[in-house]
Design a protein around this ligand. Structure first.
Ligand SMILES: [Zn+2]
Length: 214
């Protein structure tokens, strides 16, 4: 029997919309970031890869980043994590889900557990630094994996633009401050950046091509 301890980061596009959900796995253990889409589709993904779900994390509370989180967490009896400042969005998501004919988030599903900062080991040997990034939403977070030089940036910054700040809880000044804090963190140019939507970039690419990244 060979034990496979390969660490994998996979970007998944679950129908019916292009949110970048991320599946991280090592061996047979997995965590999911920003699980958009249907629970049944996620079940299939996990089954096909023979993975056991350990936890779910959300960069922010918008429904296109959490639609499957409460049901998945309940079904697999795992925790799901969201900054508490975005909790109000979870209960308001169902109108949005109706537009995509997705199942509602039920009252009886698991509630999110608060995360805000610090470094946690999400899977054996995989450390993740949590960075607060308010502005697009009040409870926005970024997740950085130092060993793998991967940053899940959420909807704070896109390829050539920034996240919206005109939705409930959005704040332009805070968004610019969050971007500036990230810039000052001076991550290496080769750091791979996964945006909430669209193609992935790198820190070096953003420095050259995104006028807001300063
Ligand atoms: Zn968003």
């Amino acid at each position: 029997m060979q034990k496979n301890n390969e660490v994998k980061f996979e970007i998944l596009h679950m129908p019916p919309m292009n949110t970048n959900s991320v599946l991280v796995s090592v061996g047979t253990d997995a965590v999911i970031f920003d699980p958009w889409g249907k629970v049944t589709d996620w079940e299939r993904v996990l089954l096909k890869r023979k993975l056991k779900l350990r936890a779910i994390y959300a960069t922010h509370g918008h429904p296109d980043h959490i639609s499957a989180a409460p049901a998945l967490a309940s079904m697999f009896d795992v925790d799901w994590f969201l900054n508490t400042n975005d909790n109000f969005m979870v209960g308001n998501a169902n109108d949005f889900l109706d537009m995509f004919e997705l199942p509602h988030i039920q009252d009886g599903y698991k509630k999110p557990i608060d995360i805000s900062k610090g470094t946690i080991e999400v899977l054996p040997g995989i450390d993740m630094e949590i960075m607060e990034s308010p502005g697009h939403t009040p409870g926005g977070l970024m997740f950085y994996f130092p060993k793998y030089k991967i940053l899940l940036i959420g909807d704070t910054l896109f390829q050539e633009s920034i996240g919206r700040y005109d939705m409930p809880g959005g704040n332009k000044d805070k968004l610019f401050e969050s971007i500036s804090n990230l810039y000052k963190k001076n991550l290496s140019d080769g750091t791979w950046v996964v945006h909430g939507h669209g193609m992935e970039t790198s820190i070096g690419w953003l420095k050259k091509n995104n006028q807001f990244f300063k």
